[in-house]
Design a protein around this ligand. Structure first.
Ligand code: URA
Length: 252
């Protein structure tokens, strides 16, 4: 790997900073001051120091992001901002979001370059629980809770697609979104003038799954936030748009 790419992936500075650091003789490789930014290093065996401090190269990176609405869960997009733009401390090119949250969904999103971890969290056979909180239009009833438990047909174009058992719990009811601390402007007809705040646990990840499950029951999701994936819980200290590295336990 080129030295400048290595330094950039570790996140010690911008390309311009890195050029300056090398020019100033602040970077050494195996004890010898590096002279050129395109020198090749072996990131697994070479010892690279910055001002005498040894740099650690991690093969895998793991972040949890408190995703804001307005960002797409993709590595590139020509129209919208991507979640990767929020991970500013590294310029690694191989990071990707583990699964997708819709553009208007907030909350826990894992970002990594570890494909095995993504598989462990997403593969259908692994049945990893994903917990969301949502605000939906109308009054969520016992029948709705039973429907989530029994499976809901979210198929389209005459095709049936039954969801696996999911858990729906009512947190509370309110007449306005303001009642739940949301000041969203929603234009849909909310005939009952009532909203329900719920918690939903699913272990699948079908496209727009929670929105489609509620839509099949005549309700619209007006706010959606993911709280956890398996044992990884959204850190309450992360404000919306903030991220942190996963700790060792969370990575297992
Ligand atoms: N279900 C949805 O409908 N949207 C999401 O972003 C996640 C789950």
């Amino acid at each position: 790997m080129r030295l400048d790419r290595y330094l950039s992936e570790i996140g010690i500075g911008t390309r311009k900073n890195i050029k300056q650091y090398i020019k100033a003789g602040r970077i050494s490789v195996n004890g010898t001051i590096a002279k050129v930014s395109d020198m090749k290093i072996d990131e697994t065996t070479d010892s690279v120091t910055f001002d005498g401090r040894k740099l650690e190269y991690r093969e895998y990176e793991y972040y949890m992001l408190n995703k804001p609405a307005g960002y797409v869960s993709a590595t590139e997009d020509r129209i919208h901002k991507t979640v990767l733009e929020l991970i500013t401390e590294t310029k690694r090119k191989d990071l990707f979001p583990v699964g997708r949250l819709d553009i208007d969904t907030e909350g826990l999103l894992i970002i990594t370059n570890d494909g095995d971890m993504a598989h462990r969290l997403l593969a259908p056979g692994k049945h990893v629980d994903k917990i969301y909180t949502a605000v939906v239009t109308g009054h969520v009833t016992e029948e709705d809770i039973a429907a989530f438990e029994n499976g809901i047909d979210i198929g389209e174009d005459g095709e049936s697609l039954i969801t696996e058992p999911a858990k729906l719990t009512v947190i509370g009811y309110a007449e306005t979104l303001n009642g739940f601390g949301l000041d969203k402007d929603v234009s849909e007809q909310n005939v009952n003038n009532e909203y329900t705040k719920v918690e939903v646990t699913i272990h699948e990840g079908k496209y727009h799954q929670i929105k489609r499950m509620f839509a099949a029951l005549g309700k619209e999701v007006v706010y959606l936030k993911r709280l956890s994936m398996g044992k990884i819980k959204l850190d309450e200290n992360l404000a919306i748009g903030e991220y942190r590295r996963l700790n060792e336990e969370e990575c297992l």
